[in-house]
Design a protein around this ligand. Structure first.
Ligand code: SAM
Length: 332
């Protein structure tokens, strides 16, 4: 996966306008500050900080959001959102990712508390071939009513909201979601806990969970002291390699997520929650199912299943339809 060329060019121009050493220092400070968030205190205040955020984090957050929107399109191929609400829009990663997925999008309302971030988001999206974007520099906590939208997105922001205010914010987001609500958080144990909290609240509100969960029972990974997360690889633009002093031409963004909807999606049997392990003649899959986590071994002799397992990746749904010749070895 790569950043859209227009976005990458706009980022390059923006980064070139800042002194390189100050940008690098600020990005490192931000990264450290982000590891300590969750108190609701603003992390980004200045233009330099907003540019550093966009340079350091936007490729990763774009990648995760793009991957999650693909998951939504997989389970609801007929979903063609026109209006999107982006909460904590920051530098606008979700807007770019959603536009790539759904050309149907016509209008985005982008809510961002920090003026410097809203300015950077606006600057990056100006003159780009994107839906009409209405930027609102506001704190979502002070907004009683949010614009009803087909798609509501909170990318890497729900965990930044003070814990005591999260249920109220979630209620407002869900109320505004005429179609789907998408939450994305870092792929850490904390990110998963944040998602789990939202998940239980949304189940109480009769939301359909479209992904990643194939069920609404308790999360078996959490019960096993593990955490549910996924990864998306993205090409590192030159500016990011320079900023991180990194050699690798790509990075893997780890994320946790939840897609809740007003409407049912295609049913899935399970979700692959780890990289499949490929041996000669057999593939081992760890799959979250209604029966909990299943360790499934598919052998080369199980022809249709083998073909399916060979093309399956971490994060894909697993909905095998074995023939009479196929037998699955599954152990808890
Ligand atoms: C980690 S950044 C994520 C930005 C963007 N969504 C992304 O995925 O790259 C979180 C953003 O949410 C904004 N934010 C945090 N709390 C907010 C609130 N209560 N109301 C509006 N924006 C908020 C922050 O200012 C910041 O720009």
């Amino acid at each position: 996966m790569q950043l859209p060329t227009t976005l990458q060019n706009a980022l390059e121009r923006m980064i070139a306008s800042q002194p390189a050493s100050a940008l690098e220092r600020t990005a490192l400070q931000l990264s450290a500050r982000y590891r300590g968030t969750g108190s609701g205190a603003p992390v980004i205040a200045t233009t330099l900080e907003a540019v550093a955020y966009a340079a350091w984090r936007m490729p990763g957050t774009y990648a995760a959001l793009r991957a999650v929107f693909r998951r939504l399109a997989e389970v609801q191929p007929d979903f063609t959102p026109k209006r999107m609400l982006d909460i904590g829009a920051g530098s606008g990663a979700a807007i770019w990712a959603a536009t790539e997925q759904w050309p149907s999008l016509q209008q985005v309302v982008a809510i961002e508390r920090q003026p410097a971030m809203a300015r950077i988001g606006k600057q990056l999206t100006a003159n780009a071939d994107l839906p009409t974007i209405v930027w609102q520099q506001q704190d979502v906590l002070t907004m009683d009513r949010l614009a009803e939208s087909d798609l509501v997105v909170a990318g890497y922001v729900y965990g930044e909201i003070e814990p005591t205010a999260r249920i109220l914010v979630l209620s407002r987001l869900w109320k505004a979601a005429g179609g789907a609500l998408v939450l994305v958080e870092p792929g850490t144990p904390t990110g998963h806990t944040t998602i789990l909290h939202a998940r239980s609240e949304l189940i109480k509100r009769n939301a359909y969970l479209l992904a990643p969960c194939p069920h609404t029972a308790a999360c078996p990974l959490a019960e096993g002291n593990d955490w549910c997360h996924f990864a998306q690889r993205i090409a590192r633009p030159v500016f990011l390699r320079r900023l991180k002093a990194a050699e690798a031409p790509f990075e893997d963004e780890k994320f946790a997520y939840l897609i809740a909807s007003r409407h049912e999606g295609k049913p899935i049997d399970g979700r692959i929650v780890r990289h499949p392990i490929i041996h000669s003649g057999r593939i081992e899959l760890q799959v979250c199912t209604t029966q909990g986590i299943q360790f499934i071994t598919v052998t080369r002799s199980q022809k249709p299943l083998w073909r399916q397992a060979r093309t399956s990746e971490w994060g894909d749904h697993w909905s095998p339809h074995p023939t009479e010749d196929d037998s699955i070895t599954a152990e808890r």
